[in-house]
Design a protein around this ligand. Structure first.
Ligand code: PEP
Length: 243
């Protein structure tokens, strides 16, 4: 797995007509030597099968098959061409009350299916303002990242909840502090902790991407809104290629 990753999370956006954005992006970045990961809605994964980019799901169930109406297993995502899956995005943690233990179990399911798990962590504004950010990060790392994780199977995305979709971005010092802390914790716990790819997510745009990618221990970005169009995502990819 390349260490630099530009990941786009389309969330509940995207129809078949949206794939024209992907084709435009392919024309510009189809031979990039960084990983470009697109996480479209599950309905579009099959339609992305001929893209040169990596494809990921946005969530998976802990089980392989069974009576879970509306859910999708990691096995199913792999079957239609996904190689990654996001787990523990703050919108899942909030909208679906997902716990750290559930996220760890989903990560294990991803490994079993041969998928790379992108495990999302991050503090709320209240936690940031009360000075507990690093405690929250510690608890989420301990609870959401399985002991079986390694740098080949797991990517960590630090996404402060208050920065997602708000246009608010932490200072580069704040990002450096949290990413340095995550790196230290991973290195204490895993033999290859220094090798994990660490992504920053939260209101990344073409205008701030280069500054964010210059921060120590930032290996890429998980991008929501700005990944929806080739015009907005392309400068972020270009900034990571140049970082
Ligand atoms: C996200 O949802 O993971 C995200 C980072 O969103 P945005 O880039 O829109 O803040």
């Amino acid at each position: 797995m390349p260490r630099k990753i530009a990941a786009g999370n389309w969330k509940m956006n995207g129809l078949q007509s949206t794939l024209s954005e992907l084709r435009t992006l392919e024309d510009k970045h189809g031979d990039a030597d960084i990983a470009i990961l697109i996480c479209p809605p599950a309905t579009l994964i099959s339609a992305c099968e001929d893209t040169p980019f990596d494809i990921g799901g946005q969530d998976c169930h802990t089980g392989e098959f069974g009576a879970h109406t509306g859910d999708i297993s990691a096995e199913m995502l792999a079957d239609v061409g996904a190689s990654y899956v996001l787990v523990g995005h703050s919108e899942r943690r909030t909208d679906h009350a997902e716990t750290d233990a559930l996220i760890a179990a989903k990560s294990e399911a991803a490994y079993d299916a041969g998928l790379i798990a992108v495990i999302c962590i991050g503090e709320t504004l209240e936690e940031r303002e009360s000075g507990t950010t690093l405690d929250v990060i510690d608890a989420q790392l301990a609870g959401s990242v399985p002991d079986t994780a390694d740098a080949q199977t797991t990517v960590i995305a630090y996404e402060p909840v208050w920065a997602i979709g708000t246009g608010k971005v932490p200072t580069t010092d704040q990002i450096a502090e949290v990413h340095g802390h995550i790196r230290a914790r991973l290195s204490e716990r895993f033999d290859d902790g220094a090798e994990f790819s660490l992504l920053y997510g939260g209101s990344v745009k073409g205008s701030n991407a280069a500054d964010i990618f210059a921060v120590a221990n930032v290996d890429g970005a998980l991008v929501g809104g700005a990944s929806l169009t080739a015009d907005a995502f392309s400068p972020i990819i270009a900034a990571l290629e140049e970082a």
